[in-house]
Design a protein around this ligand. Sequence first.
Ligand code: ADP
Ligand code: MG
Length: 698
Amino acid sequence: MHKFFNPESVAVIGAPSKTGPGALNNVENMLRYGYEGRIYPINPKVKEICGLKVYPSVLEIPEPADLAVISVGRDRMLSLFEECVQAGIRRVVIISQGFADADRRGAELQKHIVELAKKNNVRVLGPNTMGLLNNFHNLSTGFVDIPRPEKYPHVSLVAQTGVLQVDPKDFAYNSWGKAIDLGNMGDIDFVDALEYFADDPETEVIAMHMEGMQRGREFLEVASRITYHKPIVALKTGRSSAGAEAALSHTASLVGEDAVFDAVFERAGIIRAKTIAELQDTLRALVCFKAMKGPKIGVVTATGAAGVMAIDACEEEGLELAELPQGLSEKLKKGMPEWLRIGNPIDIWPVGMIGGNYPGAVGTTVTELLKSPGVDGVIMMTPAVNSPLHIDIADLTEVVSEARRKAGNNKPIAIWPYSDDHSVFPDRYEAIDGVASFHSPEQAVKGLSSCYKYHKLRNRAIPSGKRFIIDHDRADPVLERGRKQKVLAGEDALCLLNAFGIPTVRGAIAGNWEELETAASELDNPFVLKLSGSAFLHKSEWGGVKTGIDNMGELREAFREMSENVFRIDPKLEIESFQLQEQAFGKELLLGLKQDFQFGPVIACGMGGIYTEVFRDISREIVPVDRSVAERMIKSLGIYPLLKGVRGEEGVDMEALLDVLERLSFLAVEIPDLVELDINPLLVSETGCKAVDARLLW
Ligand code: ADP
Ligand code: MG
């Protein structure tokens, strides 16, 4: 990969003979971009392009170039690619479209080329790509002439498009240091790019634009490793509803593709940007700020209104307003009228105006905030009106630099210089170490919060699943049956869970009334009667669940009613058997498991019962789920306060619930061919939890 970004020589195959407007000549672009290596344009029809000697074929250039860039129609691609292989070239960028991005023939052609490449140890980028950009090496392989930026941060981009590369002003912070467009990902993919950026000293922050992915588990592994020393920000688009359509299990419909990506990013320590603007602000913060180690913010503002906006945004982002540093209030109030109130946000305008020294007041405040151990980051909102009449208060860059020097630390300072002219001050502020300039109070808060988020991600623990004892005597026969039938429900499903140590209600299967009577005599009332058998996967829909049965008379009545219900819906259907259970009490949760074909098993947990799909109050995590991940799952739920107990109500047995989640994670590892699993509901109460209904699917 290093040579892809830093080639000493490039063969440009299919270089256009024309130059100038409309030619889309990538040789011309490369020269304009300042590439200093050797360029070998290949074109059998011309002798010279932009003053460079042109070769009729790649077989005739004086060396095997480090990189070949091909842009020709797809019908000529294979033979030209073969020539590259023959010429000993090991890295090829295929710019052209019309492959897997187009039709079946294109997809086959792409497959063929990639196979050929693999056989010959050649790596391919694309097809359908803008290729590579490396400002540290003056390299841009694209057919769009983009200006070389004067300033570029150590931010590297891996994308599935070239548009972010063409227009960094709208996507990046200033620009990209390096960028790679994966195009169709015929060969080189996210994992390859990340592996390179991981150890690349010119990459400090990684940005990703992602639509889909291959090699999910490897991605998870390499990204998880990287985020302990470099932040990754992802803009994942195409929030598809795939997987959300009616499925056999609730879990499958509640764990759609996009939700899985959320879980993957969380597990890998990747910050997800929901919008392009968020991507830009996050990158700005990660580039400009050093770590923010806590959530406490000091706000100094010349406008009370913006202070309120900042408070709202802090609450939204989980940041807190810091206590005022000791002595600051007294310092600012010295010589001020007694009506002046100093709080956080610190409204600095009256202090500055009455005291006649606005810059001084801001300077003192920022210095004290930075110095205070109770403050983790500072927001400063100040007028930056670029008029000669206001220049005395507009430019506080010196004030901020001095505060930074005096405080002697690099806590982040997020500045919103509000102004009619953004051409001057943002850049000046950002020249100061640890300072970033934003366009609104909200963005300033967001910037600090992503910085804090990364601090937490970087210090996260690696989850490792626990092992439990399995009761094989009970599990194995049921497991075998499940694999054969592809589905397990009713008592079988509960039996399997129970063999993994997940508590279940006591119950039995009965083929007729006599057996039901016997079953009832061995269980404690109240009872629950249910239809059982493969015809009744969603029992309630058949009128096939009756709770609160206290005695034999009521059981008989329920038995009769249920038989009638089924007869009414389908007179030909015969009821194989009934399930009789003890009734459990508590709050209804859904616990589930879904095999994601990319990333492996995903565990879901949330509100159960009949409104599950209405509220979709679900958290999802990639296996393994250990104790602390399980805790995070439960705490992130909307119903968490209900589980904890409100208004004097006792909370549920949290330990028991966490234990079930850990056991479910273990089960997912032990039964890797399981596709879906639903426990709906798991009843949780103060005294423990019990699964009362489950379905498993192979
Ligand atoms: P299905 O999901 O196939 O309709 P369930 O077995 O989940 O059938 O039963 C439907 C509902 O009946 C459950 O969501 C729960 O509210 C209640 N229920 C079922 N079994 C029990 C039980 N043993 N104890 C308490 N409530 C139960
Ligand atoms: Mg159910």
